[in-house]
Write a protein that binds this ligand. Structure first.
Ligand code: PLP
Length: 366
């Protein structure tokens, strides 16, 4: 990243632009356009909504966690009518509920369904193909919008095969970059919706972005240094192979859960089929505060753990195991948590040993 900034109207820049856009398509597993915005992922949430919908449109959101809630709140602020399907923050989106709700919408009043693939606040992953099947079973034309902010390039995601209409991502998670880039992967149906959509948009307007992207350029000054780093990250993912990257995350996540079971702590996620491979959220026993444990571990061992977000604040903390992460980094992470539990006087078993045992077993099986 630490290189001189190119003239973003030069032929050399166009090569970088084409390279990044085409490389991202392989990560999203799509033949359709992928757009890059200089913004955090929240910007790409807004881009997804304002580019496809009209003021007052009825859309479905799900109470699956903090980020799903923020996205729904944004949709409301943009003048959309958001119907929230209730949830307990411990499960993903219930495909049966989606099918039932859409089947009852005979007038096709609902224009979009907004799902977070991996809820970073709870460590729960929703089965997107099941949601797709539910929409198909209900024979409903609603657009399927999926937040893949913390799943992309870490957990299997197939934009075209799963017929997702708009996917939203950011640079700072599985792509291993600093924050500052966001992405929309779009479908032909989303592009058609874009042509009709009347919600106000300017900075986020897809059509201008697409026109410029066709020549490798952007309508305004791009985050050039982040594009250098994106080119590098795409090369790293290609060299390792996406399947190997997904398997590495699955292995490290399972090792984390081995430790959690031995510690005797309760995971936020309740359904093993929905356990996240990039983040594990854990409750502390009654009488202990996550802020105090995290502060102690940061102070004593210089390791930063994820806070309990939204209604999990105070009660749960999160162990991140995503992106550029390996066995020894995980071993250090889990050791830091275990030392923290010990120093904070939180009753626990010996989790690190269980995680190492699992990792050794996995390594022998290779
Ligand atoms: N969606 C999910 C699932 C996230 O985890 C985050 C941030 O962590 C966001 C959206 C918002 O992204 P940003 O903070 O980059 O705007």
């Amino acid at each position: 990243m630490d290189r001189p900034v190119l003239d973003h109207r030069s032929a050399e820049f166009a090569e970088l632009g084409h390279h990044c856009i085409n490389g991202l398509k392989t990560v999203f597993r799509t033949e359709s356009p992928v757009l890059i915005f200089p913004s955090s992922a929240t910007g790409a949430w807004e881009a997804a909504l304002v580019n496809t919908l009209n003021s007052g449109d009825h859309i479905l959101g799900f109470e699956t966690g903090h980020f799903a809630g923020l996205w729904s709140k944004m949709a409301g602020a943009l003048g959309l009518h958001v119907e929230i399907c209730g949830g307990d923050w411990r499960h993903g989106v219930d495909a049966a509920q989606v099918e039932d709700r859409l089947a009852h919408d005979r007038e096709h009043d609902i224009k979009a369904v907004m799902v977070v693939h991996n809820e970073t606040s709870t460590g729960v992953t929703t089965d997107i193909p099941a949601v797709r099947r539910a929409i198909d079973q209900a024979k409903h034309p609603a657009l399927l919008m999926v937040d893949v902010v913390s799943s992309l390039a870490s957990i299997d995601y197939r934009h075209d095969e799963w017929r997702v209409d708009v996917a939203i991502a950011g640079s700072q998670k599985g792509l291993m970059l600093p924050p500052g880039l966001s992405f929309n992967a779009i479908s032909d149906r989303a592009l058609d919706a874009h042509k009709q959509s009347t919600l106000p948009k300017s900075y986020w307007r897809w059509s201008e972005m697409l026109e410029n992207n066709a020549r490798g350029f952007f309508p305004y000054t791009p985050a050039t240094n982040l594009l250098y780093s994106l080119r590098e990250a795409l090369g790293m993912l290609q060299a390792e192979g996406l399947e190997t990257v997904f398997a590495r995350h699955a292995r490290l996540a399972e090792a984390t859960r081995c430790a959690v079971r031995k510690w005797g702590l309760e995971m936020v996620a309740l359904n093993p089929a929905e356990y996240s491979n990039v983040v594990t959220a854990l409750f502390l026993p009654e009488g202990f505060q996550e802020q105090a444990l995290r502060a102690l571990i940061l102070d004593r061992f210089n390791m930063s753990l994820g806070a309990g977000l939204g209604k999990l604040a105070g009660r749960a903390f999160r162990i991140g195991h995503m992106g550029d992460f390996n066995e020894l980094m995980l071993a250090g992470t889990l050791a830091g948590v275990e030392l923290g539990l010990e120093l904070a006087g939180i009753p626990h078993g010996k989790g690190v040993g269980a995680a190492l045992e699992y990792l050794a077993h996995a390594a022998k099986g290779k």
